[in-house]
Design a protein around this ligand. Structure first.
Ligand code: 13P
Length: 248
C-alpha cells in the first residue's frame, strides 16, 4: 500500500490572529496539492480565524495542545471536544518543547493520545532524542521507550490512524538537519517497532514524519526515503518555502 504524504506546519507561538489570516492568504496558491495532506497547526487563538480562512481550500486544521478533561475548572486550558467543534482535525502531542519546557511526561502524553482519539481528533505524536542521547549511542532505545509508553493501551486500528513525527531535538530550530539517512534510520526503526508491538499491517499504515530544520532545500531528499511519509515543519512553515515543501 502507499501511504498518503502529510506535510504539517507547526506554527508554534507565532502569528497573531490577523497575521495568521495574512499567512493563510500568502500561502493559498502555493500549497495546492491534492496528493498531499496539508495541515496548519496553529496557536489556539488563531484556530477560529484560520478555520474560516482555509474554507474551500485543501488545507486542514491542526492544533498544538489541549488538556485531557472535557470541561470544568481548569483555568487557562482548552479541551479536545472544543478543538473538534472548532474544526480541528489534527493535534500535535508530545512535542519536545512541551516535554522539556512544560514538563509533560509520557504518562500524560499517553492520556492525551487516548483522549484525542476519543474526541475524534488525529494525533501527531512526536518523539525524538537529545544530542546527549544521540552522542551516547542510546537514541534507538530512548525512542522505543517513548513509543511504548505513549501508545500503551491503543488498539491497532487507532495506531493505523496515527501520525508519528520523529523530531531529533538537536535538529529543531538549529538549522542542523538530520541527514536523510539518519532520519530514515529512525523512521524505519519506529515502523519496525510498531510491527513488533502490533503487526505488519499496522506498521505499514502508520504515517511517520520527519521534523527538524526541514526546509525547501532539503525536503525532497528527506521525503524520498521509503519510511518518511511527510514532515512536521516549524520555521519554514511560516514562509512561502512551505509551498515548496508541500510540492517537493
Ligand atoms: P523547525 O522546523 O523550526 O526546526 O521546527 C521543527 C519542529 O519542532 C516542528 O514541530
Amino acid at each position: 500500500m502507499s501511504r498518503r504524504r502529510i506535510i504539517a506546519g507547526n506554527w508554534k507561538m507565532n502569528k497573531t490572529p490577523s497575521e495568521a489570516v495574512e499567512l493563510v492568504e500568502t500561502l493559498k496558491n502555493l500549497v495546492k496539492n491534492d496528493d498531499v495532506d496539508v495541515v496548519y497547526c496553529v496557536p489556539a487563538i488563531d484556530i477560529c480565524p484560520v478555520a474560516e480562512a482555509i474554507k474551500g481550500s485543501n488545507v486542514q486544521l491542526g492544533a498544538q495542545n489541549f488538556y485531557i478533561e472535557d470541561k470544568g475548572a481548569y483555568t487557562g486550558e482548552i479541551s479536545a471536544p472544543m478543538l473538534k467543534d472548532a474544526g480541528v482535525k489534527y493535534i500535535i502531542i508530545g512535542h519536545s518543547e512541551r516535554r522539556d519546557i512544560f514538563g509533560e511526561n509520557d504518562i500524560l502524553i499517553n492520556k492525551k493520545v487516548k483522549k484525542a482519539f476519543e474526541a475524534g481528533l488525529s494525533p501527531i505524536l512526536c518523539c525524538g532524542e537529545s544530542l546527549e542521547l544521540r552522542e551516547a549511542g542510546v537514541y534507538a532505545d530512548w525512542i522505543k521507550r517513548q513509543i511504548k509508553w505513549d501508545l500503551t493501551g491503543l488498539s491497532a486500528d487507532q495506531v493505523k490512524n496515527l501520525v508519528i513525527a520523529y523530531e531529533p531535538i538537536w535538529a529543531i530550530g538549529t538549522g542542523k538537519t538530520a541527514t536523510a539517512d539518519q532520519a530514515e534510520e529512525v523512521c524505519k526503526l519506529i515502523r519496525d517497532y510498531i510491527a513488533e508491538l502490533y503487526d505488519a499491517a499496522t506498521a505499514e499504515e502508520v504515517r511517520i514524519q520527519y521534523g527538524g530544520s526541514m526546509n525547501a532545500a532539503n525536503a525532497a531528499e528527506l521525503l524520498d526515503k521509503p519510511d518518511i511519509d511527510g514532515g512536521l515543519i516549524g520555521g519554514a512553515s511560516l514562509k512561502p518555502d512551505f509551498g515548496q515543501i508541500v510540492n517537493a
